[in-house]
Design a protein around this ligand. Structure first.
Ligand SMILES: Cc1cc2nc3c(=O)[nH]c(=O)nc-3n(C[C@H](O)[C@H](O)[C@H](O)COP(=O)(O)OP(=O)(O)OC[C@H]3O[C@@H](n4cnc5c(N)ncnc54)[C@H](O)[C@@H]3O)c2cc1C
Length: 92
């Protein structure tokens, strides 16, 4: 990287830049099911990994700003527990 050129055509030299850029989902199913997405393109989930659509949960890179194996595993763990909880309530 050499520099950033701004909208007004001014520029500033940088060796590197860290930023959050919008992502594109590799799968259309969440959109087809009606899930909401964040401004950056992630599936919107709450702290229990629930999407805005009933009975649909999401975890991992598709719904997290922090792209790492640890975060995906953590989210997956919560997701599994939430699904188990809901199935238990439905069946017992
Ligand atoms: C180059 C690179 C290096 C990285 N290095 C590290 C690192 O050192 N440490 C670290 O913690 N993280 C690292 N990461 C990030 C880490 O790989 C991800 O955060 C993690 O794999 C996310 O897991 P996931 O299950 O959410 O998604 P993924 O691992 O991407 O799994 C999603 C799966 O869904 C499949 N899929 C997509 N669409 C469909 C569909 N329509 N039907 C069926 N299957 C579908 C894909 O083929 C894929 O197998 C790295 C990522 C990249 C790209």
């Amino acid at each position: 990287m050499e520099k950033i050129i701004f909208k007004d055509d001014s520029s500033k030299n940088f060796d590197c830049d860290y930023t959050s850029i919008p992502i594109e989902q590799s799968c259309n199913i969440p959109a087809e099911l009606g899930c909401n997405f964040t401004e950056l393109g992630h599936i919107e989930v709450n702290f229990m990994q629930k999407t805005t659509e009933k009975d649909i949960v999401a975890c991992g890179d598709n719904s997290s700003l922090m792209r790492s194996v640890a975060t995906a595993v953590y989210g997956g763990n919560i997701t599994g527990a939430m699904i188990n909880n809901e199935l238990t309530h439905e069946n017992f």
